[in-house]
Design a protein around this ligand. Sequence first.
Ligand code: BDR
Ligand code: CA
Length: 308
Amino acid sequence: MRSFIIDCDTAEDDVASIFLLARNKMRIAGVTIVEGNIGFDQEVTNALWALEKVNVDAPVFPGSRRPIVKDFTTVEEVHGKYGLGEIQATTFRKPSQKHAAQAIIDVSNELGEELEILAISPLTNLAMAYLLDPSLPKRVKKVWIMGGTAFAHGNITPVAEYNFWVDPDAAKIVFKAGFDITMVPWDVVTQYTINDEEWNEIINMKTQLSEIYVKMFSHYRKYDKDVQKLDGHPHPDLITTAVAINQGIIEESRHEFVAIDNSDSLTRGMSLIDHLDSDRPWSSSPNAEIVYKIKKRILLEMIKEMLS
Ligand code: BDR
Ligand code: CA
């Protein structure tokens, strides 16, 4: 059985990712929480609630409440006041007292090179874990990252994706650390939105999880259509999770060098991928596999199976 830590700023697509891991019988060794989409304490509650919904008894480790250097803003307008659209999650479950960064180190020691990290949020916790223990990349089998853009088409600024924009310093640290990274960019996942026909099919499923899905994503869907001008809602975190579970979903990927702009400028948080086969002064050997295309048919099958 494969073992994952899933690092969340728990809004609707982070919750869907927890559901997908659980329904695919992946072991969730821990859910670590990081600053991001909404108020931190609600993110913790949402993760505990999500685990309860799929009957998984995994520990939740609260981590960093802010980026390493820069200030950031939450985005309730994107995900709803409590991060889950129409749902206000509550739970009697309690989080662990251990900090997320320490939990990542401890779990990686316990699992001896079997741990995979699903990093679908700002990278502060993972950067902190690496700074505490620089031998971490040698022990972690794989890091699956949702973040950045491939073609500089952002969602929080014209050129930056939210997760990298929130903590570009952490992203820079993680991409330089030597982890085995697969990165799923924002402007790739926007090609695979859930269109009206697919949305209606999910509405008609009428299972416990499909009803949660519809309530969670209705607000995000409206925002994506009205503001991002997409033809439905995308699944940044869920696609990254699907890629982690089943690499057969990848249609096209390349190993390339990714740099992250952590300057205080118009391009803060932008990811720059070296598409050229050249020896530029800022470039270097590949530090990540970038996913450029996936098979939508497999994504839809995985979503429907998860909700069935
Ligand atoms: C990412 O930012 C958040 O809004 C989502 O949870 C996702 O991880 C998309 O840019
Ligand atoms: Ca996220």
